[in-house]
Each structure stands twice: as structure tokens, then as C-alpha cells.
Design a protein around this ligand. Structure first.
Ligand SMILES: Nc1ncnc2c1ncn2[C@@H]1O[C@H](COP(=O)(O)OP(=O)(O)OP(=O)(O)O)[C@@H](O)[C@H]1O
Ligand SMILES: [Mg+2]
Length: 486
């Protein structure tokens, strides 16, 4: 009844080492066939129960159709199948979002597990070196749950014992090519488990128009664009400092202007003050009226304005000392956001050494002591090298837009960011495709998130200036009526 198994042959093998009397005879333990059958049946049953438990509806439908066929013949089963298909199609037309969430993406995930991940898992793991083939046995990382979202497949993996995240992040290209994706990103979900992200499409491929100005004044995380997963990109400005790095034309301006735009109502309400340093004269000058007297362009003016910010910060710190440890924006103590475009013009390319040192030390003072007393810095630059920006580590939150070289990514986002999939050097230089696209790594999370900032056009900036001017007139009237000085 049973075939002769390889073990039967191995039992008769004798291996000897030449010129020695030692003889090795492989120990072959005979397993009773019934034991093998019981184990296999048990595994099959366990898998069946697990599938039914995990996918009750998907299991019930084929079972019900099979039962209808068995008991009432095929016409009834075919009619039932028609009804099921009709219901699903109507649902998809009536409410596409809920159909996609509850049925569409699950079906897609099932299909992609069967057709892509399970089918290619063994060869991809062995060829990429993430699995091992030892003495006729495959030791492979375990493929876990696959979830499909609107733009990507999220694949959970249990690593082999002894593997590190670095082993996977070194092979992102192998994984992407192996499973037919354009790129792959890796994130540690829990000890020993990873989540691999394989994008199916790029939701950030088309530019985003400027976001509406918020109705309510807000200093909290401000919405400035969209994340890759479709959620709004909210950037915390109060209580941190943000560094934006990107090659020329990468879209640094769109981040600066999106932040200013979303803080506009809070500025009008007196909860935020925007101070602008524009050494290149090409970016912030366009909305100069928004900054009032807190605008500087020449290096001397910039140094004076920074010194003034340090002064405000120190006075506040002296007042808060022993009374409060964090800052809440109020009209008396607003959040001061110092926006510096092309900071390298002031810190590295400035020929006057004294001025350069004055500016560097003012920036270092603001970034080391400012956040607890409500003074923040938003700085943009093209070249993130230490020689150009030696205080880049003093910025807790960093954004890498398109960069020219792969080494620059870790300079901006910190060690290992590129290995985890922050491919800022691969962002398209075509403005429609890549301007404003970048990776953000927040102080609180090691995983870089791909984002795109909304594009604030010249027309939008003009409208912001007009709105601010109208708002100021409206604000000044009641203030004057109360006898307050501006
Ligand atoms: N978020 C965006 N979405 C789409 N297009 C954008 C976006 N941001 C910028 N652009 C386009 O890219 C061009 C360059 O943008 P921007 O001036 O902001 O770049 P930059 O990084 O400040 O460059 P530079 O360092 O030369 O000042 C803009 O004129 C605009 O056409
Ligand atoms: Mg610029």
C-alpha cells in the first residue's frame, strides 16, 4: 500500500572515513504510517477551522452553494450564485467605499496571497538570502497576513530566529523585484515580526492644490498635505523645530507656505507670530505683508531679527522660570515661528565671519532652548551636509524632499532611514510628479512616512495677503475701542 520512502534507503547506508576504523551508520527512526496520517489530518482540520473562523462569510457562501447543488440540483445553485453576484455588484455601485473596505480589498488580498506572495515566497526568500536551504530542508521566514489598502499591500512576516531588520532592509530591492512591485518598505511591527509595504500605485503622483485655510485658529498640528495612505499630513509646529532639506526645485516653498497658510487664522487671532528670514529674497518676499516688521532679507537684518527672537525667548524663559515648564499660546505670549528659507546662505555661504557666527549661535540658541517657551524654527536648505548646517541635529523633526545623493537621506532623516525605504534620492525631478513629495521622520517615530505638500501658488499667496489685510482692519477696530495699544 505505501511506497518505499527515502528513509528506508538511508537506513542501509554506511558512511566511512578512509583509513579509519570508525563507521557511521545513519540513525533512522521508523515512523508508523498511522501517526503521519493523524498529524496531516489534524493539520488539515486546524487549517479548515482557522479559515472558517477568520473568513466566516467567505466560507459560508461556497458551502451554501455546494449544499444547494447537492440537495436541490444545479439550477438552484446557479440562481443563488447569480443573486450573490448581483448583490455584490449593486453594493459596489451604490457605496463603493464600503464595498471596497469590506469585500473588495479582502478579495484582492486573497488573490494576491495566492497568486503573488505564496507562489513566489520560497524562491524569493532563498534567492535573496533571507531563507536557507540546509540538508534538503527549507528554513523560510513565515508569510503572515496580507492586507490590501487602496494603494499598497501590507505583508506581515515572522522573521527567522536570529534575523535582524537590517537583513531585510538590505534586500528591499530583491523583495520589490521578486514580488513585482516598484518599491518595498520595511517596518518592525513587534519583536520578530515585520510589515513589508509593497505600493501598487502612487497616490501622490499628482499635485495637490492649496488646502483651505482653517476656519478656527489652530496652533496644533497643522494640515499641510497628504500622506501616502491617503490620510491628511499634519505637521506639529508648536513645541518642536522642523528642518526641510531638498535640492533646488524640490518644493521647499510649498511646505513653508502651507504651514504659513494653515497658521493664518491663529496669526490673525494673535496666537501666533510669524517671523521671516528670506536671504534669497525669492520666497517669503512674495507674502511680505504677512510678516509685518518681522521680515529680514540682508544678512545683517537677519542677524538682528534672530537676536531679537533670542531676546524674546530669554525674557519669556526668565518669566516662566519656576512657574511653568511648557508654553501655551496666548495673545500675550504667542507662539513665535521663525521661518528661515535657505538657511545655508546665513550659516555657511556668508562671507562675513563675525556675522556668520552671530547667526549660527542665535539659531543654535533658539533650537536648543526655544521649544519649551513657545519659540519654534522652520528652516529650509538645499545641502544637508554638516559643513553647511552643523546644527541639523538640533531639529527634532526633519523632512527630506528630493535629494541629489543617497547619502544625504540619512544625513537629514537620521541613520537607517534610507534602509527603511526613505528613497528621497529617487523622487522624480519633474515638478508635477515629484515637487513637494518627501519623507518625514518625526521625533516620536523611527519610520519615515512618504508625504506630499499641497502647492500654494502665487495667486493663493496674494489671496492670503489680502485676507490678512482685511482681517487686520477688522481686528484693529475692536482693539482700539478697548483702548489697547497695538
Ligand atoms: N507641492 C507641490 N506640488 C506641485 N508642484 C510644486 C509643489 N511645490 C513646488 N512645485 C513646483 O516646483 C517649483 C519649484 O518649487 P519651489 O520654488 O518651492 O522649490 P524650492 O525647493 O524652494 O527650490 P529652490 O531651492 O530653488 O528655492 C514651483 O515653481 C512649482 O512649479
Ligand atoms: Mg525655495
Amino acid at each position: 500500500m505505501f511506497k518505499r520512502l527515502p528513509g528506508d534507503e538511508a537506513r542501509n547506508l554506511v558512511s566511512t572515513t578512509p583509513d579509519t576504523a570508525v563507521v557511521f551508520r545513519p540513525a533512522v527512526v521508523k515512523t508508523p504510517a498511522i501517526l503521519t496520517i493523524v498529524i496531516l489530518t489534524w493539520r488539515m482540520l486546524a487549517r479548515l477551522v482557522r479559515t472558517t473562523w477568520r473568513h466566516p462569510i467567505a466560507t459560508a457562501i461556497p458551502v451554501a452553494l455546494g449544499a444547494a447543488w447537492y440537495f436541490y440540483d444545479w439550477p438552484l445553485a446557479a440562481s443563488l450564485l447569480g443573486v450573490v453576484v448581483l448583490v455584490l455588484v449593486s453594493w459596489a455601485f451604490i457605496n463603493r467605499a464600503s464595498f471596497a473596505r469590506l469585500v473588495g480589498y479582502r478579495l484582492l488580498a486573497w488573490w494576491r496571497v495566492v497568486w503573488i506572495y505564496r507562489r513566489h515566497w520560497q524562491p524569493v526568500m532563498i534567492v535573496s538570502g533571507l531563507g536557507r536551504h540546509l540538508r534538503g530542508r527549507d528554513y523560510l521566514p513565515r508569510l503572515g497576513k496580507v492586507t490590501c489598502t487602496s494603494w499598497a499591500d501590507l505583508v506581515t512576516v515572522r522573521m527567522l530566529k536570529g534575523q535582524a531588520v537590517k537583513d531585510w532592509s538590505d534586500r528591499l530591492d530583491h523583495l520589490a523585484q521578486g514580488f513585482g512591485a516598484k518599491s518595498c518598505r520595511v517596518a518592525l511591527s513587534q519583536a520578530g515580526r515585520l510589515t513589508l509595504t509593497f505600493p501598487r500605485s502612487d497616490p501622490l503622483a499628482s499635485p495637490l492644490p492649496a488646502l483651505p485655510i482653517p476656519e478656527e485658529p489652530t496652533v496644533g498640528p497643522v494640515e499641510i498635505g497628504r500622506q501616502e495612505d491617503g490620510r491628511p499630513w499634519r505637521l506639529k509646529m508648536h513645541g518642536t523645530h522642523v528642518l526641510v532639506a531638498g535640492a533646488t526645485g524640490a518644493g521647499k516653498g510649498s511646505i513653508i507656505w502651507s504651514v504659513i497658510r494653515s497658521l493664518l487664522p491663529a496669526t490673525r487671532a494673535g496666537l501666533v507670530e510669524l517671523w521671516a528670514l528670506d536671504p534669497k529674497l525669492m520666497e517669503l518676499s512674495y507674502g511680505r505683508a504677512l510678516f509685518g516688521s518681522r521680515y529680514a532679507a540682508t544678512p545683517e537684518e537677519c542677524a538682528d531679527l534672530l537676536d531679537e527672537a533670542v531676546c524674546v525667548m530669554q525674557k519669556r524663559a526668565a518669566r516662566f522660570a519656576g512657574l511653568q515648564r511648557s508654553h501655551t499660546p496666548t495673545v500675550d505670549d504667542p507662539f513665535v515661528l521663525v521661518v528661515v528659507d535657505e538657511v545655508a546662505f546665513l550659516t555657511a555661504y556668508q562671507s562675513d565671519r563675525q556675522l556668520r557666527q552671530r547667526i549660527s549661535s542665535a539659531l543654535a540658541t533658539l533650537t536648543t532652548q526655544g521649544r519649551a517657551v513657545g519659540v519654534g524654527v522652520l528652516a529650509a536648505l538645499q545641502d544637508p551636509r554638516k559643513e553647511v548646517m552643523n546644527i541639523r541635529n538640533l531639529f527634532p523633526d526633519k523632512i527630506a524632499l528630493r535629494l541629489d545623493e543617497s547619502e544625504q537621506v540619512d544625513m537629514v532623516l537620521g541613520d537607517g532611514a534610507r534602509d527603511r525605504g526613505a528613497l528621497a534620492d529617487h523622487i522624480s525631478p519633474v515638478p508635477e510628479l515629484g515637487a513637494g513629495v518627501g519623507y518625514v521622520r518625526l521625533e516620536t517615530s523611527p519610520e519615515p512616512v512618504r508625504v506630499r505638500a499641497a502647492y500654494v501658488s502665487d495667486h493663493d499667496i496674494r489671496a492670503m495677503v489680502e485676507r490678512r489685510e482685511c482681517g487686520q482692519t477688522a481686528l484693529i477696530v475692536p482693539a482700539a475701542a478697548e483702548g489697547r495699544t497695538a
